[in-house]
Design a protein around this ligand. Structure first.
Ligand SMILES: Cc1cc2nc3c(=O)[nH]c(=O)nc-3n(C[C@H](O)[C@H](O)[C@H](O)COP(=O)(O)OP(=O)(O)OC[C@H]3O[C@@H](n4cnc5c(N)ncnc54)[C@H](O)[C@@H]3O)c2cc1C
Length: 488
């Protein structure tokens, strides 16, 4: 067999790659045969979130022949996800050749998209993917697949109406959508929200912001800025403040030293992706708890982006006890008795997983089964944060805490970072998401089919179209061959 031409995509331009993709999809009979019996006034599946995971979920479902789908996103067209808002890094952390949402199609990868426009030489010299360029790629992905995202449409509340989910939606007009399955492709904070430590509870918002907030960095010129934490977002926000002329930026870090090893990235492979979800609770907890405890270091490039400024500082073992207003400054006090006066504080404290922080479920969020409800870790492996993660079924659906109190939760699929304790890294970070989308489509397809089993049974009974017309054979009598000397 001839080796594949690794330069196939180079300089063929977007029309070239699009033609290739169309040919591939035609050969694969895309979209899959529509098999879900329609129900009047009912959408089979609603996907909330038109970012990478939402679009990929839509692709995997349509490949599987589920076509009565709506995709809603509250953001403006082309601005889905964090990439053009609060993501403030220069480049993605992930390597440039990640396959991400390509779902097994070389022509859908970032690499093909890039090489088709810029060629091999530029590809070879590219180090990491520039953040806005990743958004350009996602926009192209939406365009070429024709993902029907309805932008500036927000899901506000979910309840149920009989066996259906009842979604209260607002956009140009308010609407009630009845659907059978709901996919929560709502992003990094999709099962929770920003982690806001209580030491800012009584501090005026003029002194602080979370890294996921809109921040006017130009207003930080000539200011003393404190950044709480040293994770990826903390570091990116510090860099923005420094580049915008802050007098100084000080990372105030509770831990005693910088994590330097990205453990989970290091062990990423197909085995982990495929195997994690099937592990017993004990092992899943152990892997995740270890990862939480050892912590992911900020990317090297982002850290250097900060430390190349002489007025940037990293202070470890700085656990905050309280922050008080002192005139036009915020006075930050630490457990070691020291303090620091800041003009502005940026919380690089990440996100919490906490279904109650999502307004969409209302009070029913209390009914979502969490890891802390089902698993008691052994001594030394306790972790409150991890205990807050939803304990999901293998098709990403929520379980009820108390049986038959909110069984409609089984029809809501958590296809975002909140699924990672139960299913691993298949619904948030870029590398594993195609695998997750395949599981999701299989699970939802299976559920839709079994819920309609009576109808499908009837289709089987009713199906009468002959494959043979009756003129292909002739029945004859069987004559005994025993006494005809033909058998020894
Ligand atoms: C700052 C940052 C940097 C990251 N960098 C990397 C990286 O380098 N490599 C990597 O692998 N991963 C990275 N990630 C993790 C992950 O890849 C991203 O979070 C990615 O955006 C996940 O895609 P998504 O589709 O799940 O969510 P998003 O892209 O966040 O999309 C979710 C969408 O849901 C919509 N939405 C939410 N709630 C509602 C609602 N109620 N109604 C309507 N719409 C709603 C939002 O408007 C949003 O557009 C990063 C995450 C963050 C936050």
């Amino acid at each position: 067999m001839q080796p594949l031409d690794s330069h196939y995509f180079d300089d063929i331009g977007l029309p070239g790659i699009e033609a290739r993709l169309k040919a591939d999809f035609d050969c694969l009979l895309y979209p899959g045969k529509n098999w879900v019996p329609p129900r009047k006034g009912v959408t089979d599946i609603v996907i909330v979130g038109g970012g990478m995971c939402g679009m990929l979920a839509w692709l995997s479902l349509t490949i599987g022949g589920m076509q009565n789908i709506r995709v809603l996103d509250r953001s403006q067209k082309g601005c889905e996800g964090p990439w053009l808002s609060y993501a403030r890094m220069e480049t993605l952390r992930s390597p440039k050749n990640l396959t991400g949402p390509a779902f097994g199609h070389g022509a859908l990868t970032f690499q093909a998209w890039y090489r088709s426009q810029f060629g091999a030489e530029k590809w070879n010299s590219l180090d990491k993917i520039a953040r806005p360029m990743w958004m350009d790629y996602l926009r192209w992905y939406r365009h070429i697949l024709n993902v029907p995202i309805e932008n500036q449409v927000s899901l506000n509340h979910v309840t149920h109406q009989g066996n259906l989910l009842r979604l209260e939606v607002s956009g140009e007009k308010n609407e009630i959508i009845l659907c059978r399955k709901l996919i929560f492709a709502t992003g990094r904070d999709g099962t929770g929200g920003p982690n806001i430590p209580n030491f800012v509870d009584n501090l005026s918002k003029q002194f602080w912001a979370h890294s996921a907030d809109e921040i006017d960095f130009s207003s930080l010129r000539d200011k003393f800025v404190a950044v709480i934490g040293v994770g990826a977002s903390a570091v990116d926000n510090a860099a923005e403040a420094l580049e915008n002329g802050a007098t100084e930026v000080r990372h105030l870090i509770r831990r005693d030293k910088m994590p330097t090893v990205n453990k989970m990235m290091g062990i990423g492979n197909f085995g982990f992706t495929a195997g994690y979800a099937a592990l017993p609770d004990k092992w899943r907890w152990r892997f995740m708890q270890y990862s939480f405890t050892t912590q992911t270091p900020p990317p090297r490039g982002s850290t250097l982006r900060v430390s190349r400024h002489k007025n940037a500082y990293f202070h470890f073992k700085k656990e905050i006890t309280k922050i008080d207003r002192q005139g036009q400054k915020a006075n930050i006090s630490f457990t070691d008795g020291t303090s620091y006066l800041a003009d502005f504080i940026i919380l690089g404290t990440g996100f919490n997983i906490d279904p109650l922080a999502r307004t969409e479920f209302g009070d029913t969020a209390r009914n979502i089964l969490l890891w802390k409800d089902v698993y008691s870790p052994p001594k030394g492996e306790e972790n409150t944060e991890l205990g807050q993660f939803p304990y999901l079924n293998h098709d990403f659906s929520f379980c009820e805490k108390e049986k038959n109190t909110a069984s409609w939760l089984n029809n809501v699929h958590c296809f975002n970072f909140g699924a990672s304790a139960s299913l691993g890294k298949v619904s948030g970070d870029i590398p594993g998401i195609s695998e997750g989308a395949a599981w999701l489509a299989r699970g939802i397809g299976a559920a839709l089919y079994s819920e309609d089993v009576e109808k499908h049974w009837q289709f089987l009974l009713n199906y009468k179209k002959p494959e043979l017309l009756g003129d292909e054979w002739k029945p004859t009598e069987l004559e005994s061959n025993i006494n005809q000397g033909k058998v020894a």
